[in-house]
Design a protein around this ligand. Sequence first.
Ligand code: SF4
Length: 238
Amino acid sequence: METLEKLQSIINDSFTAEEILTAAVQTAGLSKVVLASSLSVEDQALTHMLCKSNVQPRIFTLDTGRLFPETYETMEKTMARYGFRYEILAPDSSELEEMVGTYGPNLFYQSIELRKKCCMVRKINPLKRVLSTADIWICGLRREQAVTRTTIEPVEWDASNNLVKVNPLYNWSEKDVWSFIEKHEIPFNQLQLNGFRSIGCAPCTRAIKDEEDLRAGRWWWEEPEHKECGLHNRPKKN
Ligand code: SF4
């Protein structure tokens, strides 16, 4: 809680994303700050900012085993451009074997419960392992991304993981993100050019039309209020 209060007293609405990142690193120390990257354009922008101002930042990614080939290509290009190695987290093999052995490899289409179970095994459990080593978790969440994200603050307490969550891009628009990517020639997932605007695992992501909601291509068979994998669950407002 001390880190949260300190950051909340430092950061105000006039802070840029870079200034928020700098405040996070100065408050907790570089080894206790982790950036969670899904290789989205938001996370690519944050990776650029973090690598430009820090030597050997901690950037991790969850390799669920079901990612698109283009996502792995983006990982390689990004490490080559900035000269760092991702902390790559994989699901626990025995948990994974038990799940796919019981429900089959494509269990996520059977029910919301099984979809959440798959996200738990492939994403959330590995995530918890790495977050237990950190005091601050940097995320690329933006308010306008989804109905589940409209109340995001730049600094928040994540009670389920017991650490501070920092969202430097909380008030950025999608256009802001792309302007930053283009200005700094940052590598990005080439699927973005083919209508994939929010990219997760291959079986759970489809291309969308321009007029569709940004996250309409994620778990498209579910209602919008269910469209979180559990990584970024937020308390419900009364
Ligand atoms: Fe499983 Fe789909 Fe969640 Fe990936 S996004 S972990 S494949 S349910």
